[in-house]
Every structure is written in structure tokens, then in C-alpha cells.
Design a protein around this ligand. Sequence first.
Ligand code: CU
Length: 132
Amino acid sequence: MANQRIRIHSMALLLGALPAAAGCANDSPTMADDPGAAAQVVASAQIQFEPPEVEVRAGETVTWRFEGVPHNVFFLSGPQPPGDIPDPTQNTSVSRTFTTAGAYDYECRIHPGMTGRVIVAEESAWEIGPRY
Ligand SMILES: [Cu+2]
């Protein structure tokens, strides 16, 4: 008798969990700190750019969120890189807008090996289907 009651209770928990799981099916990225940015990179206290590679469209903005260790950003390549973020920066966010498609590698010069990349796609590249 006691066993049966436990089984019914588990079933109810399982069913109750289903709507919550469905609510997680949200494919829009979370940009809590800067809703205007197409992508956000965290320059972390773990001495990494996270994620190390982001993709935006030409004309869109990337925001770097600098956490508790000073970092900077120097662009190394790309057809038309935006201005570097040269001063050691921490506990703030800095945005840069990318106007021209291409691959933009960058590095933090305080921390050797701390590198990242911004891929900028053509403005129309993400259109779905043919344009008439
Ligand atoms: Cu750094």
C-alpha cells in the first residue's frame, strides 16, 4: 500500500515537470546586460574570452563584459576592425560595432594566449529563402 502511494506521487512529479521542460525550448540568446548587442563576450577572471568565437552580421555590435581581472582588447586582423579597447579594463562593459564582413581575431595583451574571434557575416547572409 505504501509502495503504491509512492509510485503515484512520482508519476505526478514527472508530469508536473513536463511543462517546465517545454518552457526551456527558447532558442533566442540571452543578452541581459546589453539588449542592443548582437553578441556578448565575457572577458573572465579565468583569463579567457567566453565564448572565444562569436558571429554577428555587418552593422551589429559586440559587447565585451570585463569581469574582476583587468583585460584589454587589441584587434589583429580583419578588413575593417573597430577601435581597440587599449586600457586595462575591469568591472565594466565596452561595445564595438562591426561594419564590414570578415573574420576579426583579437587578443588581450595583458594575458599571453588570451585570444578571441568575431565572425562578421554579410548583412543579407542570414536572410532565409530567396529575395524577390
Ligand atoms: Cu586578459
